[in-house]
Write a protein that binds this ligand. Structure first.
Ligand code: AP5
Length: 211
């Protein structure tokens, strides 16, 4: 299974990609996680990405295309993979085509903007990659990661003003990808549900038609 997860910031891509990855036993490649790890490590990549991320803008195409090219060449992607957060612009999608990667499906998670703002204000994340919501997906112990026991934190780019900017960026630069992939006949849309488990059920049922 070679799958792209599309969706607005906070639509639930990371949450669902963890579940799909487990079910299909394929790695999830999340460009946002890779960039945040680079920022934390203070690498050149991290330093250049930080200003774009904090402003709710996209990191330049050539930077993320380079990251993906390297990841897809690794052995772990031989039996399939999930791209979470890539491509995010038409030039990125064209670059993926040029790499000769034939995707099986592009799954777009649809969630209205007002709902996104509410979700982001309650999101808590861990450096291990786990993500929670104070109401919809709370950890067993408040503020502590179920998986590794570390303290949870709020992402800098989850401030409401930045989320609004990220939504603008999504509608202007990423949403046109729906038409791009619909034209190729591989777009599937799933409505995000109130409960994480209900969205997972809808996602698995949509993917059953691709297997
Ligand atoms: P990235 O980390 O990819 O952020 P994003 O796409 O904005 O998506 P998020 O991680 O914020 O949300 P998500 O859809 O994964 O939602 P989640 O599952 O956490 O990118 C960050 C930045 O990096 C970008 O702004 C950009 O600057 C840069 N970048 C990354 N990729 C790039 C690229 N390709 N090109 C250029 N720049 C790039 O869910 C959100 C919350 O809702 C959680 O709290 C969750 O628990 C909760 N939730 C999930 N599902 C449900 C549900 N069904 N019901 C209720 N709550 C739910």
């Amino acid at each position: 299974m070679k799958l792209i997860l599309l969706g607005a910031p906070g639509a639930g891509k990371g949450t669902q990609s963890a579940r799909i990855s487990e079910k299909y036993n394929i790695p999830a490649i999340a460009t946002g996680d890779i960039l945040r790890a680079a920022i934390k490590e203070g690498t050149e990549l991290g330093k250049s990405a930080k200003s774009y991320i904090d402003a709710g803008k996209l990191v330049p195409d050539e930077v993320v295309i380079g990251i993906i090219r390297e990841k897809l060449a690794s052995d772990s992607c031989r039996n399939g993979f999930i791209l979470d957060g890539f491509p995010r612009s038409i030039p990125q999608a064209e670059a993926l085509d040029q790499m000769g990667v034939a995707m099986d499906a592009v799954l777009s998670l649809e969630v209205p903007d007002e709902k996104i703002i509410e979700r982001m204000s309650g999101r808590r994340v861990c450096h291990c990659g786990a993500s929670y919501h104070v109401v919809y997906l709370p950890p067993m112990q408040t503020g502590i990661c179920d998986k590794c026991g570390n303290k949870l934190y709020i992402r800098d780019d989850d401030a409401e003003e930045t989320v609004r900017k990220r939504l603008e960026t999504y509608h202007a630069q990423t949403e046109p990808l729906k038409a791009y992939y619909a034209k190729k006949g591989i777009l599937i849309t799933v409505e995000g549900q109130e409960e994480v488990a209900d969205t997972t059920r809808a996602v698995f049922s949509a993917l059953a038609s691709v297997e």
